[in-house]
Design a protein around this ligand. Structure first.
Ligand code: SF4
Length: 411
């Protein structure tokens, strides 16, 4: 088939996903073009809800059949509203489809009216390329999914946990070293890093093991030990204190990810006070960067069962993170605090992802850019209910077979 993949040709960085897709399609004998009007099918990779805006533009540019893939495709009833087919899962079985009919008939391809979808989970690890994304930087897939399965983590509930072999990863490292390129192994924090300059790892592992890196990235996520335990991240306050002490010994900077919107604000105030106390006793020499996101209830995750409990009063904005920054700066000169997107933007993201009808997705897409300027917090909250997107049934993926079915996790 003649596949148009405009993102692959336009992307200056040769983003990893496009490179993997292009390699798999070419290896299976397909032809690639950037011409969306002279092809058999147009492929569009959507990794994030913000990509939906480009999908709408693409729909206006071509009458050729559009197939959406990428991690957003797990929201296939949303993605189909501006496309003709949605490929759910990995690319390798898709590449084996010789024509449009084979694609449409495949169990991993959603088309309107198809009752069941099976996510394609087969990864031909030997065919995964090292993707060059900048003159001196390349990426390589170390694994997908995560065996930890935190209750909020979309990736771990939509991808069976699989890892590339150590032999292949070592071979990729040798190739990168020979060509003097910085290689990043893309995996998840549970697997730990590859010994590169930046490592993603669990904080509980960081405090236990020696590291050789300049930046360690960890998800702390929630404000209290109880919330973290409930969500699957068993990080104690003591672990956090140990990490602050160890980072001085290791000479590393740290970036910690947090999710606001679940714990009451008072719990976060106590968390920040706790950090102030720890930093005053052990002043850090390298940066501690506290990043905050606001919680997005996503389908497939067990937390989605609680979507109707969404409480705007628990969401934070830049005025809160600025205040925390000022507070922390009294105890440490090496601290940064990143602000999250406001509640209105999170509501729009949820709205687009959970849409199953054209009127729903059009409403939320119209608010997605500059959501704070278009909706008050109260309007965004009420629209989540009035547009019906919170009624979108929960989907569950069988990790062994890839079958996707409707049905709630145990609340
Ligand atoms: S440890 Fe990280 S990657 Fe793994 S399930 Fe939890 S949040 Fe997701």
């Amino acid at each position: 088939m003649r596949w148009a993949i405009p993102q692959y040709f336009k992307s200056s960085s040769r983003f990893l996903t496009y490179t993997v897709v292009a390699r798999a399609l070419r290896a299976a004998g397909h032809e690639l073009t950037d011409d969306v009007t002279d092809c058999d099918v147009v492929g569009f990779s959507a990794c994030d809800v913000m990509d939906y805006l480009d999908l709408v533009k693409l729909r206006a540019e071509t009458r050729k059949p559009i197939l959406v893939g990428g991690s957003y495709a797990f929201n296939y009833k949303s993605a189909i509203l501006y496309s003709d087919m949605v490929w759910v899962g990995e690319v390798y079985e898709m590449a084996e489809c010789a024509d449009i009919d084979a694609l449409r008939a495949h169990p991993s391809c959603y088309v309107p009216g198809k009752p069941n979808v099976r996510a394609s989970t087969r990864i031909d690890w030997g065919d995964v390329p090292i993707a060059q994304i900048a003159p001196k930087k390349c990426y390589y897939w170390g694994g997908v999914g995560c065996k930890n399965k935190c209750r909020f983590c979309f990736t771990s509930w939509t991808h069976a946990h699989q890892v590339n072999s150590k032999a292949r990863i070592d071979a990729a490292k040798r190739v990168a070293a020979k060509e003097k390129k910085h290689l990043m192994i893309v995996s998840n924090e549970y697997e730990g890093g590859d010994g590169g300059r930046t490592m993603d790892m669990m904080l509980t592992d960081y405090v236990r093991f020696p590291v050789s890196a300049s930046m360690i990235r960890c998800g702390i996520e929630f404000a209290t030990e109880a919330s973290r335990r409930e969500m699957g991240k068993r990080i104690t306050d003591d672990d956090i204190y140990k990490a602050i002490q160890k980072m001085n010994v290791d000479g590393v900077a740290m970036r910690w990810f947090h999710i606001a919107g679940y714990d009451p604000l008072a719990d976060w105030e106590r968390y920040i006070e706790m950090l102030c106390g720890m930093l005053s006793r052990h002043p850090n020499k390298r940066i501690v960067h506290l990043m905050f996101n606001n919680l997005q209830y996503q389908n497939y995750t067990p937390l989605y069962t609680r979507r109707r409990d969404i409480d705007p009063a628990r969401y934070i904005d830049v005025t809160v993170t600025r205040r925390w920054y000022d507070q922390l700066r009294q105890y440490s000169r090496h601290v940064l605090v990143g602000a999250p997107s406001p509640f209105q933007h999170v509501a729009c993201r949820m709205g687009v992802e959970l849409s199953t009808e054209r009127a729903q997705v059009d409403y939320w897409l119209s608010k997605l850019k500059n959501a704070k300027g278009k909706l008050t917090v109260d309007e965004a909250y009420r629209a989540l209910f009035s547009t019906g997107v919170l009624d979108t049934p929960m989907l569950r993926l069988n990790m062994r077979t890839g079958e996707i079915t409707e049905g709630e996790h145990g609340a």
